[in-house]
Design a protein around this ligand. Structure first.
Ligand SMILES: Cc1ncc(COP(=O)(O)O)c(C=O)c1O
Length: 387
C-alpha cells in the first residue's frame, strides 16, 4: 500500500496504540508527574509542564496536517501567539502586522510594543506591491500574517509576501485559524511558522480554549517548545484530548461549513438591506482569485455590512438560528458585531484604518441546515427593511 495521506495519518493519531488495555481511542494522561526508572534514570516524561503524552499526540497530529517539522500545543490561541513572540523577538527587534488582524493579537502586539519589547509596523498586506516595498524598507524581524483576515476576510497573497520577507531575513508567521490546514497550508508556501487558535475549527465544538504553533524547521519548533515550557503557556492534557477528538472530523466539518457559508453569502447579497457581503468565495470579492489559487476552499466565515447600528440591532434581535456571541468555528452558527465585541480593544483610529464600521456583522456559519440559516437571516433583514 502507498503511504497514507497527511489527513489520514492525522485523523488516525494514536488510534489503536494503547498497550495497557488495547483501547482503540488513546487514553488521557492526566498525571502531572512521572516515576523515574531508577536513580538518575528519567523516562520519556518527567513533569507535565515539560512533556505530556496526550498533548504530544495532538501536537504531532497538527504538525502532520500542517506539514511542519515540529510543534507545540498551547493553552489558548493567544498563548500560542505569546510563545512565538517570546521565541522570535528581543528588545530592539520589530514586527510587521496586518492593519486588520484579530483584535486580541492587535492588543498584545501594541501593549508589548508600548513596554519597549519591540517595535510594531502596521501594513496593509492586501496591497501586495506596497506591502513588499514596506517589508524591504523596514526589514522587520518578524512578518505576521492572517489570511483571510478577521473580520473582513481580506486575502493576502502569501507567496510574494513570504518571498520578500525571506529576502530581508524576516521570519513569517501565519495565523491559520480561519481556514485550518485542510484548506490552507502556509508552510508549503514557505512560511516559517503557523499559529492556531484551536478554540475554533480544529476543536470545532466550542468547548475548549486552546492554541498551537507549528514550525517548518525543527530549530524554530524547539525554540517555541523551550519558551512554552519556560513560560508555562502549554495546553492541558484534558483539553488536548478533546481537541484531538474534535479534529477527527475536521475535513468533513470544513466542507460542510463552506457549503453553508457559500449559500448564506449568495443569499445575503441578494437583499437590498445589505450594503456589502465579504466572502472570498464570491467571484467579485477582491481576493477571490488569490484565494482560489492558494486555498483549498473558501471557509465558513462570512461578514456583511448593514447601513448602520440601528439596522444591526433590528437584525440581531429575533434571530433564532444564530447566537449573538464571540468566537467561531463551532458546529453552531454565531453572529458577532466586531466593533463592540471581538475588536472592541482597537482604538477608533485603528478601527477606521482597518475599515471596520458599526454596520459590520460577522457570521460563523455552523453545521445546521443552510435553508434554515438563510430563512433566519432573511427574516432579520425583513426586520431591517421595516424600520
Ligand atoms: C484569528 C484568531 N487568532 C487568534 C485568536 C485567539 O485565540 P484564543 O481565543 O484561543 O486565545 C482568535 C480568537 O478569536 C482568532 O480569531
Amino acid at each position: 500500500m502507498t503511504e497514507p495521506s497527511d489527513i489520514t495519518r492525522a485523523l488516525r493519531a494514536g488510534i489503536g496504540t494503547d498497550t495497557s488495555a488495547g483501547a482503540v481511542i488513546p487514553p488521557i494522561h492526566l498525571s502531572t508527574t512521572y516515576t523515574f526508572a531508577g536513580f538518575n534514570e528519567p523516562r520519556a516524561h518527567d513533569y507535565a509542564r515539560a512533556t505530556n503524552p496526550t498533548r504530544e499526540l495532538l501536537a504531532d497530529a497538527i504538525v502532520t496536517l500542517e506539514g511542519g517539522a515540529g510543534g507545540i500545543v498551547c493553552a489558548s490561541g493567544m498563548g500560542a501567539i505569546t510563545t512565538v513572540l517570546l521565541a522570535m523577538l528581543k528588545v530592539g527587534d520589530s514586527i510587521a502586522i496586518p492593519h486588520d488582524c484579530y483584535g486580541g493579537s492587535w492588543r498584545l502586539f501594541h501593549r508589548m510594543a508600548e513596554r519597549g519589547n519591540f517595535t510594531v509596523h502596521t501594513i496593509d498586506f492586501t496591497d501586495t506591491e506596497t506591502a513588499c516595498e514596506s517589508i524591504r524598507r523596514l526589514a522587520p524581524t518578524v512578518v505576521w500574517l492572517e489570511t483571510p483576515s478577521n473580520p473582513l476576510l481580506r486575502i493576502t497573497d502569501l507567496e510574494p509576501i513570504i518571498a520578500t520577507s525571506q529576502e530581508v531575513g524576516a521570519k513569517t508567521v501565519v495565523d491559520n485559524t480561519f481556514l485550518t490546514p485542510v484548506l490552507q497550508r502556509p508552510l508549503a508556501m514557505g512560511a516559517d511558522i503557523v499559529v492556531h487558535s484551536t478554540t475554533k475549527y480544529l476543536n470545532g465544538h466550542s468547548d475548549v480554549i486552546g492554541g498551537a504553533v507549528v514550525a517548518r524547521r525543527a530549530e524554530d519548533a524547539e525554540l517555541c517548545d523551550f519558551w512554552a515550557k519556560t513560560a508555562g503557556t502549554m495546553g492541558t492534557a484534558f483539553d488536548s484530548w478533546l481537541v484531538l477528538r474534535g479534529m477527527r472530523t475536521l475535513p468533513v466539518r470544513m466542507r460542510a461549513h463552506e457549503a453553508g457559508a457559500s449559500a448564506v453569502a449568495a443569499a445575503l447579497r441578494e437583499h437590498p438591506a445589505v450594503r456589502t457581503v465579504h466572502y472570498p468565495g464570491l467571484p467579485d470579492h477582491p481576493g477571490h482569485e488569490i484565494a482560489a489559487r492558494q486555498q483549498g476552499g473558501f471557509g465558513g466565515m462570512v461578514s456583511f455590512e448593514l447601513f448602520g447600528e440601528a439596522e444591526v440591532r433590528a437584525f440581531i434581535d429575533g434571530l433564532q438560528c444564530f447566537s449573538l456571541a464571540e468566537s467561531l468555528g463551532g458546529t453552531e452558527s454565531l453572529v458577532s458585531h466586531p466593533v463592540t465585541m471581538t475588536h472592541a480593544s482597537m482604538s477608533p483610529e485603528a478601527l477606521a484604518k482597518a475599515g471596520l464600521s458599526g454596520g459590520l456583522l460577522r457570521l460563523s456559519v455552523g453545521l445546521e441546515d443552510p435553508a434554515d440559516l438563510i430563512a433566519d437571516l432573511q427574516a432579520g433583514l425583513e426586520r431591517v427593511t421595516g424600520l
